[in-house]
Design a protein around this ligand. Structure first.
Ligand code: NAP
Length: 244
């Protein structure tokens, strides 16, 4: 039987890379998308192959429509799409970049990929509690606030497409995570705003990259109802009025 094909965006490092490794171990052919860090992406592919799996590195800046079109033309069939890549805090990024990548590019990739996805396949959108709950008045670092807003806008735009996905038999799930231990973002934050990270750690251990990657990989197969959100960590966000 042919392996199922799963595209993981932003899989050259961090959560995307871990999700790709776990999907590779579970028997998928994993397309490891990256924007510019080819060596890192090829390293992830090598790890998957060394563990007996199957994978290929796929370069495409998701904010570049021509690159996305070329990527999908190479792909052919997709049984799973993990929308993990995210950005907006890069040095030199223009003020509109976060919205172009975290909302417009996600919608564009999901709708363009749809014709390649057979009934029974699934799209998973990866987000953070800071973005998912960004309208609840939870304090955010100044430079992350526009990124959080753009990720929430991306989630909303994708949710509005659920009927379009469902008409083709394609499911849609969101996986939202607290600060994830061991990621570059949390290490940067720890240097810049140690109190923010210490406060979260005081409430219990942060989820690890392995735990979050496992939740993202499992969301492809868990058979959740369309629009279901899987929450990882962040008990305070999930208590009372914060859940939604
Ligand atoms: N870190 C956390 O604590 C945390 C918590 C909850 C949720 N999340 C979510 O988890 C996801 C991954 O986070 P992370 O911390 O693992 O990210 P990360 O370490 O910053 O990695 C970002 C990945 O996205 C790729 N990428 C960036 N811009 C791209 C573009 N325009 N086109 C294609 N690929 C692009 C990067 O590729 P290159 O290396 O080639 O640039 C890299 O592979 C995000 O959606 C984030 O919101 C993260």
């Amino acid at each position: 039987m042919a392996k199922r094909v799963v595209l993981v965006t932003g899989a050259s490092r961090g959560i995307g890379a871990e999700t790709a490794r776990q999907l590779g171990r579970a028997g998928a052919h994993v397309l490891v998308n990256y924007r510019e860090k080819r060596k890192r992406a090829e390293g992830v592919v090598e790890e998957i192959r060394a563990a007996g799996g199957s994978a290929a590195a796929e370069c495409a800046d998701l904010a570049d429509p021509a690159a996305v079109e070329a990527l999908l033309a190479r792909v052919g069939r997709l049984d799973g799409l993990v929308l993990n890549a995210s950005g907006g805090m890069e040095r030199g990024a223009d003020p509109g970049y976060a919205m172009r990548l975290n909302r417009d590019a996600q919608v564009s990739l999901a709708t363009s990929a749809l014709p390649l996805m057979p009934a029974g396949s699934r799209i998973v959108f990866v987000t953070s509690h800071q973005a998912h709950f960004s309208r609840d008045g939870h304090p955010l670092p100044d430079d992350y606030a526009p990124v959080a807003a753009s990720k929430r806008a991306g989630e909303d735009a994708l949710r509005s497409l659920i009927p379009v996905f469902a008409a083709r038999g394609v499911g849609f799930t969101v996986v939202s995570g607290d600060m994830i231990d061991g990621t570059i973002i949390v290490r940067l934050l720890e240097r810049r705003d140690p109190d923010a990270v210490a406060t979260r750690r005081a409430g219990g251990p942060l989820p690890t990259v392995e735990e979050f990657g496992a939740a993202v990989a499992e969301a492809l197969d868990a058979g959740h109802p369309d629009g279901h959100t899987v929450y990882i960590g962040g008990a305070d966000y999930l208590s009372g009025s914060r859940q939604g």
